[in-house]
Design a binder for this molecule. Structure first.
Ligand code: 6MZ
Length: 365
C-alpha cells in the first residue's frame, strides 16, 4: 500500500479542477483565522470546529467557503494563498495545473475583480522554490516551445510546473458580474488565463443568468468548463450540454440519456472522488461513475476540487482510483497522460507535457 502511494506521488500529474480558495493550507487557514479572531472579526473556536470536521454536506462546504472569503479578503493574503497553493501542487509532482478562482470585488479593501487577479498573479511571480511557467508567452502556438526541464521525479532538484488560470463565475453572481469576469479573462489571456468555469453552490442561481456570459466566452474563443449535475437538476444539465462545454466537472447526477450525450460528444469529465465522497454525493466510493466511464474509455481526468478543504492531494486521488477500481501502475500513468489532451493550453504545452510523462514512463515502469 505504501509503495503504491509513493508511486502515485512520483507520477507527473495534470490537475484541471482545483479551486484556489479550496486549496488553502491548513496551517495558513488557522493562522489567518487566529488573527481575525484576535481582532474580533470571527470567533476562532467556532472556526476551528468547522475546519476540523471531516465529512461535510454540500451546504456546509459553502458555509465554509463564505468563511474562507472573509479570511482572504486582502490582496496580500490572496497572493500568499496562490503562492502556497502552487508550491504545494508542485511538491506533489503536478506538472501542469489549471487553477480556478472567482475574481472578487470587495470595496472595503479596495479590491476589484481585476486587482484580485493581479494579486493572484503576483503570488505566482513570488514563487522561488519552484520554477513556475505561467505566461502564455512561455509557450508558442507553433509547436516550437522549449519544453520545461523534465522534473527529477525523485524530488532532488527544483520542480517545474506550468500554471494556467480559469476564471470562475459564481452562481450567486448577476449576468453583468459574469460578463465582467469573461471580459477580464479576455484581458488577462497573456497572463495565463485560458478559460472560464461556472461553480458555486449548485442549488443557487438560474442557468439563464449565466448563459449570456458563457455564450459570450465561447464566441470569443475562450473554452468553458461547467460544474454539471452536482445536484439532481435535469433541466439544467440538459441546457449545459446544449452549449457544448469543453469539459464538465463532477457529473454526479446525470441520467442515462444525458450520459449518452456526454459520451457521444466525448466531453471530458473532471472526476473528484474524495470531494464527491465527502460531500455525500454517493453512498460509497466503489459506486462512483468513474468505474463506468473508465470501462467505456471515456475521456476523464482525476482532480482534487478543494485539496485544503477535503484534506486530499492529486497523488491521493490517483491512489484512491487504483485501490478502489484496481488500476495497475501502467493504467495510472496512462490516465495522467490522457489528461494532456483536455488541457486548455496550447499544442506546444501539450507536446512538452507528453515528453515529460513519456520520460517518467521510461523511468518508472
Ligand atoms: C461548486 C465549488 C466547489 O473561487 O474563491 N467551489 N463550487 N462545487 C464545489 N464542490 C465542493 N468547491 C469550490 O474558490 C472557492 C470557490 O470555489 C467554488 C465555490 O464558489 C467557492 O466559493 P475561489 O478561489
Amino acid at each position: 500500500m505504501e509503495e503504491l502511494k509513493e508511486w502515485c506521488h512520483l507520477i507527473p500529474k495534470i490537475e484541471l479542477h482545483a479551486h484556489l480558495n479550496g486549496s488553502i493550507r491548513d496551517s495558513t487557514l488557522f493562522e489567518l483565522a487566529k488573527v481575525l479572531g484576535e481582532k474580533g472579526v470571527i470567533v476562532f473556536a467556532a472556526v476551528e470546529d468547522v475546519i476540523m470536521k471531516s465529512g461535510r454536506s454540500l451546504p456546509e462546504c459553502f458555509q465554509l467557503f463564505d468563511l474562507f472569503h472573509i479570511l482572504a479578503t486582502d490582496h496580500e493574503t490572496v497572493a500568499r494563498i496562490a503562492k502556497e497553493a502552487i508550491e504545494d501542487f508542485a511538491a506533489e509532482n503536478v506538472v501542469y495545473i489549471e487553477l480556478r478562482t472567482t475574481p472578487k470585488n470587495n470595496e472595503s479593501k479596495g479590491m476589484t475583480k481585476r486587482s484580485y487577479m493581479e494579486a493572484v498573479i503576483k503570488g505566482l511571480r513570488a514563487i522561488e522554490t519552484v520554477s513556475v511557467y505561467f505566461l502564455n508567452t512561455d509557450d508558442s502556438t507553433d509547436n516550437s516551445i522549449e519544453a520545461i526541464p523534465t522534473n527529477d521525479i525523485h524530488g532532488a532538484k527544483k520542480k517545474n510546473i506550468y500554471v494556467r488560470l480559469l476564471l470562475s463565475i459564481d452562481r450567486r453572481e448577476t449576468t453583468a458580474a459574469a460578463m465582467e469576469t469573461v471580459d477580464l479573462a479576455l484581458e488577462l489571456k497573456d497572463l495565463g488565463v485560458v478559460g472560464i468555469d461556472l461553480s458555486g453552490n449548485p442549488v443557487v442561481g438560474e442557468w439563464n443568468t449565466f448563459l449570456p456570459a458563457l455564450t459570450y466566452a465561447k464566441e470569443q474563443g475562450l473554452p468553458i468548463t461547467l460544474h454539471c449535475g452536482e445536484v439532481p437538476n435535469r433541466k439544467e444539465v440538459q441546457s449545459m450540454l446544449d452549449i457544448c462545454p469543453q469539459r464538465i466537472g463532477h457529473a454526479c447526477f446525470l441520467e442515462n440519456e444525458e450520459w449518452e450525450r456526454v459520451k457521444s460528444s466525448k466531453i471530458p469529465v473532471e472526476i473528484c472522488l474524495t470531494s464527491n465522497l465527502r460531500t455525500q454525493r454517493l453512498e460509497s466510493i466503489d459506486r462512483h461513475h468513474f468505474a463506468d466511464l473508465y470501462k467505456a474509455k471515456h475521456p476523464m481526468v482525476l482532480c482534487t476540487d478543494d485539496p485544503g478543504l477535503f484534506s486530499t492531494s492529486v497523488s491521493n486521488e490517483y491512489y484512491l482510483a487504483a485501490s478502489t477500481f484496481g488500476l495497475s501502475k501502467g493504467e495510472l500513468i496512462d490516465l495522467a497522460q490522457n489528461a494532456i489532451e483536455f488541457v486548455f493550453a496550447s499544442d506546444g504545452v501539450k507536446k512538452a507535457l507528453t515528453d515529460i510523462i513519456q520520460a517518467a514512463k521510461r523511468e518508472l515502469q
